[in-house]
Design a protein around this ligand. Structure first.
Ligand code: SF4
Ligand code: SF4
Ligand code: SF4
Length: 191
């Protein structure tokens, strides 16, 4: 029997960066378990992850597929405070909730949590987020591990789902009130 998606997923960096061409680490793991994709598509994991996957899957190791990017461990996002307009568009895409700030306030990246996944860069309307090498002082102290990343991503998904449920409940309540008002008006105008 081949390796399970769960075992494969445990070897992936859990940045959810999508550079492998899948919607996150778990979907890539599932495709690897099904034998429908190559094992050399994870730039954050690089050669280390390819070697681990090759051993688990009993397949030959391959060089990282350049179409997916280059090995990018050790990078963090940095926000240019002078240009940030506080729009908060970078918050929802961050899989590990590493950006802090409120509407109309300058935002900042918590470098101890940032995986360098780049998912916050494209949504920024003023292009004030860039990737930089993790500061030397932080390199050895608090570099997020795959386990940390997975836990923060799970919390992120739970928070997003709760926010969405709250939004839908609010919409449903507004609709209920509007429908009740319309019924009341109709009843008042009825002869
Ligand atoms: S960390 Fe690797 S496996 Fe996970 S989404 Fe990024 S490229 Fe894909
Ligand atoms: S701050 Fe940006 S680069 Fe860092 S983890 Fe969040 S989305 Fe990824
Ligand atoms: S998306 Fe860019 S401008 Fe908007 S809050 Fe984030 S860093 Fe600031």
């Amino acid at each position: 029997m081949g390796a399970s998606a769960q075992d494969i997923d445990a070897l992936l960096p859990q940045t959810q960066c999508t550079r492998c061409g899948f919607e996150g680490c778990r979907p890539y793991a599932e495709a690897l378990a099904a034998g429908t994709t190559a094992l050399n598509r994870c730039p954050p994991g690089g050669a280390h992850t390819i070697t681990a996957l090759a051993a688990l899957l009993d397949r030959p190791a391959l060089p990282l597929d350049p179409a997916c990017g280059t090995e990018t461990a050790g990078m963090v996002a940095v926000i240019d405070a002078a240009r940030c307009i506080g729009c908060a568009r970078c918050l929802p895409p961050c899989p590990v909730d590493a950006i802090v700030g409120a509407q109309r306030q300058m935002h900042t990246v918590l470098e101890d949590l940032c995986t360098g996944c780049e998912l916050c860069i494209a949504p920024c309307p003023v292009d004030c987020i860039s990737l930089q090498a993790r500061p030397a002082s932080a390199r050895e102290s608090v570099v997020p591990t795959p386990t940390d990343n997975a836990a923060r991503y799970a919390a992120h998904v739970t928070r997003q789902a709760a926010r969405e449920a709250e939004r839908l409940a609010l919409l449903a309540e507004r609709k209920r009130r509007a429908t009740a008002r319309v019924s009341l008006l109709k009843n008042e105008r009825a002869p």
